[in-house]
Ligand binder design. Structure first.
Ligand SMILES: [Fe+2]
Ligand SMILES: [Zn+2]
Length: 385
């Protein structure tokens, strides 16, 4: 780990950019266009809202730093070939270091989980969270690390799930409406509305984009069975990568088509079962046996892809990955839809009622809520002190 008190010592111009040498001797290379595009001066960004005031093509193609120096306060000052002057503060430079170790340190580190989490479920009391932003933030942080969270004591009135959705983010209306009922029906348009068991899945991979977050609220659970199953799709993907890197590569590059059709809608989207970013970090898992349609891929890939698909599906069934718990009336589970894959065991509809309501919200709304609460958290501590 680098010295937290280190500061810029010298700056020098070279071909392609500048190099800042820090007090601990570590070098930081800053490419010309990258550095200039991060200028925060009032000519480059609106002082009120921070939005950019120029277009990238407004900068000369041969833009280059011609002078660089470190001011007594540690700020790095640059004079550019078009006469513009920029200044970069040490704190900003540290936070935006492009060196591999710094980039790795900035990556979100999901806490991978399995059956063991049954004894330590991420539970929050809804009425308390409404009263206390500290409790809400604590729950949201745990949710962010695990990709799901449970809320208890949510009033068992129909429609509450959408109210919770609008508090955590913004409800997304779909062809199922603002919310949907999961209840056993005689002629369902979806297997969810039968009493059959459902293997773990992400919801609606046939949408663009697929839902970011699903909320499921239990209103009645008298029927025996119908337990909730959750599997960490990121954990399963990491196991696949370790045990069979070739299968991981196929599932993260070759998409399959998902589809849903009834009299009112015909929805279709292509998704890779695993999405990984340029650093190989898994960012999404889409898996849904019911709406998997077909694979439109070159012939030579099809057999290999199906082999990989079977291997991944087997991993998702490993008992040590499967979290099983029962939702009672007033319980509400919030799931990052492209990570926490959910399912349920079969239930007996002749021996009692079972009624859940669900809705979808987008991921960004929930992430924004967490950042906003975090932003105001230190002020509250100061006010309390
Ligand atoms: Fe579902
Ligand atoms: Zn500027």
């Amino acid at each position: 780990m680098s010295d937290p008190n280190r500061r810029p010592a010298v700056a020098e111009v070279h071909e392609g950019g500048i190099t800042v040498r820090w007090s601990d001797k570590s070098p930081m290379h800053l490419p010309n266009f990258w550095l200039r595009d991060n200028c925060r001066c009032a000519k480059c960004r609106h002082p009120g809202n921070g939005q950019k005031l120029y277009e990238i093509v407004d900068l000369p193609a041969d833009l280059a730093a011609i002078e660089a120096m470190v001011a007594p306060d540690g700020a790095v000052k640059v004079l550019w070939s078009d006469g513009h002057r920029s200044e970069y503060m040490p704190g900003w430079l540290k936070e935006h270091d492009l060196i591999a170790s710094a980039r790795a340190a900035r990556q979100a580190k999901p806490e991978l989980w399995g059956k063991g989490l049954e004894n330590d479920l991420p539970v929050g009391d809804w009425p308390q969270m409404l009263q206390d932003p500290t409790k809400e933030l604590a729950w949201l942080e745990r949710y962010a690390a695990l990709g799901f969270g449970l809320l208890r004591n949510v009033p068992t009135q129909p429609g509450m799930v959408a109210e919770v959705g609008d508090r955590l983010g913004f409800v997304r209306v779909t062809n199922y409406g603002r919310l949907f009922d999961v209840i056993s029906e005689p002629n369902p348009n979806n297997l969810a509305n039968t009493s059959l068991g459902l293997g773990v899945h992400s919801d609606n991979p046939y949408r663009h984009p697929s839902p970011g977050v699903q909320l499921l609220h239990c209103l009645v659970s008298e029927a025996p069975g119908g337990d909730t199953l959750l599997v960490d799709g990121f954990h399963a993907a990491e196991i696949l990568r370790k045990e069979n890197p070739g299968a991981f590569a196929l599932l993260s590059t070759v998409p399959m088509t998902f589809r849903f059709a009834d009299d009112k809608a015909e929805l279709e989207a292509k998704q890779t079962l695993i999405t990984a970013d340029m650093d190989g970090v898994v960012t999404a898992v889409h898996f849904n046996n019911r709406s998997a349609d077909w694979l439109d891929a070159p012939i030579d890939l099809a057999s290999r892809w199906y082999n990989a698909y079977r291997i991944f599906a087997q991993i998702l069934k490993r008992p040590e990955l499967e979290l099983v718990f029962r939702l009672g009336p007033g319980d509400l589970v919030v799931m990052q839809n492209d990570r926490a894959l959910h399912g349920r065991t079969a239930f007996d509809p002749n021996r009692g009622r079972r009624h859940l309501q669900g809705c979808y919200i987008d991921r960004d709304g929930m992430e924004s809520r967490r950042r906003l609460l975090k932003r105001s958290a230190p002020n509250r501590t100061e006010a309390a002190a």
